[in-house]
Write a protein that binds this ligand. Sequence first.
Ligand code: ATP
Length: 246
Amino acid sequence: MTVLQLTDVTGGYTRKPVIKELSFTIGEGELVGLIGLNGAGKSTTIKHIIGTLMPQKGEIRLNGVTLNEDLDKYRSSFSYIPETPVLYDELTLKEHLELTAMAYGIDEHTLASRSQSLLKEFRMEKRLNWFPSHFSKGMRQKVMIMCAFLVNPQLYIIDEPFVGLDPLGIQSLLDQMDEKKRDGASILMSTHILSTAEKHCDRIILLHEGQVRAQGTMNDLRRAFQMPNATLDDLYIAMTKEQDNE
Ligand SMILES: Nc1ncnc2c1ncn2[C@@H]1O[C@H](COP(=O)(O)OP(=O)(O)OP(=O)(O)O)[C@@H](O)[C@H]1O
């Protein structure tokens, strides 16, 4: 079943489009990587999917509806982990989890059981009553990750998740992602850590100057670039060279 469908999406910040005629889908239980150079349009694509930017052309459907057709259904179908954590300075970790539960209508019992396992997984049990000003960068990121996983949505949208996390945090995140996938959730993740993307993503979308240069499994990409034994790093560099030759 298709969870997310972008059809010919063109958009950006001004009338001059940043992303151009993007089309791709994400199915149930799939982890899809969004890969591209700095400025390729990954975050801009994500901003269109989460609804902070509206397409100039084309259509985005999540669980069958566009944002305009059914705002509540659309919004409750995903959770988003931004590249830079956005936390409330005056709320503790516990209160962040409670606020998220309230916003998504999660009952107290579910909140308690999901929080307990997330706090353990991300080694944050002792920090429940801490305020964000006392958290390290990685801890701030973990708060956002825990809030996103607390919601248990159909689709997770994760913007460059690995940079601020320590190796245990990365492993915990990958484990959580695997578990959610097994339950049928879908994940769209942008990252520059190509070895991790190659290892964990079911499919990859290579963005180049706001357009899809190639998409599919690693084998599909190797065929598209006619590089049979290439790693994702090799393919990425080949794409960069194409840019240089233009
Ligand atoms: N708020 C903004 N207003 C106007 N232009 C923007 C804005 N944010 C990004 N852009 C432009 O949109 C283009 C794509 O940027 P975007 O942030 O989507 O790239 P990215 O692929 O996420 O890059 P990175 O890997 O560096 O995070 C760039 O040319 C950038 O200058």
